[in-house]
Every structure is written in structure tokens, then in C-alpha cells.
Ligand binder design. Structure first.
Ligand code: HEM
Length: 207
């Protein structure tokens, strides 16, 4: 099944690389101490590379939203309210129990359903909630003159910063879990193979 068009594969590789640069340089900025001893990268290069990767990620994000709006790929993210919790629990139960008992995937991949319910909700939350908040708060920090100065007596810049590092933290955790769940296809390499070649190989099930 051809499930990953070229544009989504290019978007994904750029997104992943920029994310890694942002995490390393972000942590470097956060943990550089007063004596300016560098964490992984020195403070000045960390700022430069963080800004560069952020701009690339933002442009890339616009391509992601536009691509999903203009092509059928966006359909895969649509979540229906019907059986929402039930399906989510089914998938969670599979990952925490069924999988180890050799049960079959409760929501096997088909042409119509690329993502299982858990993938769907986490991808929607990551891409349409966390990433936009990360980008908006990042713009606020890059251009402090446009950021609200006070919000209920608290510095707007500090609040923007808290929002930014919280989203960065959530998305870093998302990325670790995401890479782990991507090893849970038919074979540990199946889903990575799909994201590289575009084709998802389904060995045991078609429906
Ligand atoms: C560099 C580390 C990463 C690796 C190795 C990786 C791996 C994968 C793989 C194998 C898939 C295909 C399986 C699937 O469709 O679920 C996938 C899809 C996806 N990944 Fe990642 N990923 C990484 C980073 C990220 C990051 C940082 C984000 C978002 C912030 C992300 C968001 C997504 C999304 C939204 C999809 C579905 C795309 C679509 O088909 O429409 N990934 N990833």
C-alpha cells in the first residue's frame, strides 16, 4: 500500500532533523551556566542554530498543514467521536497487554486507515496543538517587543518562555514514545520502511 507520498516523507525527515537540532541547542541554552561553560554547544552557536532550525521547522510546518489541507493525506487525521474512548482503550490495551500475548493489531493498517486511534490522537495533538503553540511562543521570544509585557501582573515574556519550554518538553517526550511505537508494526522495521519508501507492507492482514 502506498501510504506515504513523497512530500510527507520529505516533510518528515526535515521535521525530525530540525527537531533534533532544536532539542540539543535548546538544552544547551537552558543549561549553559553563568561562567558560560557550554552544555553540548556553546551559548552563542546554540542561539544561532536554534533560530535557524526554528525557521526551517516553521516553513516546513506550513507545508505540512497546506499538504494535508490540499491532498487526501489530511483525511487520515480525522477522528470521529463515535467509539472514540472505546477504540483508544482497545489500542492501549493492545500495546500494554495484547501485544505480549501475540494478539493481532486491533486496527490493522488499510488504504483508508493509516493510523490506529492512538496514533491519530497523538499526531493531532502534536501537530495541531503542541507544534503551533511551540512556534507562536518561539516567535514571541524571538521578537520580545511584540510580546505582551504583563499578564495579570506576571511578565508576559516569562509566561511565553514557560509555554515554550513546556511544549518543547512534551514534544520531546512525544518523539521518544513515537519512535518506540513505530517499532511495533508487523516487524520492528516495518513502519520505518514505510516512511522511507512510501510503501507499507502488510504481511498478515488486509481488510
Ligand atoms: C527523528 C525521529 C523520528 C523518527 C525515527 C520517526 C519515525 C516515524 C515513522 C517510522 C513514521 C511512520 C509510521 C506512522 O505512520 O505512524 C512516522 C510518521 C509520522 N511522524 Fe515521525 N518520527 C520522528 C520524529 C517525528 C517528530 C519530531 C514528529 C512531530 C513533531 C513526527 C510526526 C510524525 C507524523 C505526524 C507522522 C505521520 C505522517 C503521515 O503519514 O501523515 N515524527 N514517524
Amino acid at each position: 500500500m502506498y501510504l506515504y507520498p513523497k512530500w510527507i516523507r520529505v516533510w518528515h525527515v526535515v521535521n525530525g532533523l530540525m527537531f533534533l537540532i532544536l532539542i540539543i541547542t535548546g538544552l544547551s541554552m537552558q543549561y549553559t551556566d553563568k561562567e558560560n561553560a557550554s552544555f553540548v554547544v556553546g551559548f552563542a552557536p546554540a542561539v544561532k542554530w536554534h533560530n535557524f532550525a526554528a525557521i526551517m521547522l516553521t516553513v516546513n510546518y506550513i507545508i505540512f498543514v497546506a499538504g494535508n489541507f490540499l491532498t487526501t493525506n489530511g483525511q487520515y487525521y480525522k477522528t470521529s467521536r463515535e467509539n472514540f474512548l472505546e477504540d483508544l482503550l482497545k489500542q492501549l490495551k493492545y500495546y500494554s497487554w495484547g501485544m505480549f500475548q501475540g494478539e493481532k493489531h486491533p486496527f490493522p493498517v488499510t488504504e483508508k486507515r493509516k493510523f490506529n486511534p492512538l496514533q491519530k490522537i497523538t499526531y493531532v495533538l502534536a501537530m495541531y496543538v503542541a507544534v503551533p503553540l511551540l512556534i507562536i511562543s518561539g516567535i514571541g521570544l524571538l521578537f520580545p517587543e511584540i510580546t505582551i509585557t504583563k499578564f495579570f501582573g506576571v511578565s508576559g515574556l516569562i509566561l511565553t518562555d514557560i509555554l515554550h519550554i513546556t511544549m518543547g518538553f512534551f514534544l520531546s517526550i512525544f518523539m521518544v514514545i513515537h519512535i518506540y511505537t513505530c517499532t511495533l508494526g508487523d516487524k520492528p522495521t516495518s513502519l520505518f520502511h514505510g516512511m522511507i519508501t512510501g510503501y507499507h507492507k502488510s504481511e498478515e492482514h488486509h481488510s
